[in-house]
Design a binder for this molecule. Sequence first.
Ligand code: DC
Length: 224
Amino acid sequence: MKKKPIIAIDGPAGAGKSTIAKMVAKELHFVYIDTGAMYRGLTWKALEEHLNLHDAEQLAELAQRTQMVFKSKRDGSVRIFVDGKDVSNRIRSERVSLHTNEIAKVKGVRKVLNQMQKDMGKKGGVVMEGRDIGTRIFPKAEYKFYLDASPIQRAQRRYLELKAKGKRVNLEKIAHALAQRDYKDKTRGISPLRQASDAIVIDSTHLSLAQVAQSILDAVRRGK
Ligand code: DC
């Protein structure tokens, strides 16, 4: 039987990657893998253990002794388990969000997580989203997409998402935090966020997330 393809989706924070990747995976009956959740999961554990986030060696060692597993629930949601504990909600806290890029820039951490991600996707039939999936994890993925949207549109989406969850939020603060994360993700020395030269770029500023998911599905179904 022919191996199912790998769909890589990269892009900056707030471009709608998670929602879109989930929709595409569901439609194709593929496995959805959120690599950002892995960096967040490790950050959560580092904070729990009060590790020094500037100690690269300790962080690399932490990655080596951490088990991360994704499990699909009956309701269709995908949860992340760190050492057997469901931390899906905890990894979305402001504190974890603030510190994740410190962990994500450590070479020894990326080495371990990169290998886990390669193992998770090697059989195909996956939609994997992150920052370096099409450039580094699966440079030979059959389908690569780079999702983008204007900074204000991305901030607005994040604002509405948090507000819907009943959180007290401030649009300006969110826009500022997003701009900082973009800068850090794009300028770090190791695996920075950038477009793969062969990725299909989709600017979703004026599109709904459902429209973007549909255009990805169309591209996959017609074989690009
Ligand atoms: O996608 P996200 O916002 O949950 O990602 C959290 C952080 O992890 C973000 O700062 C970028 C980083 N990340 C990364 O460096 N490489 C990936 N493949 C995915 C996320």
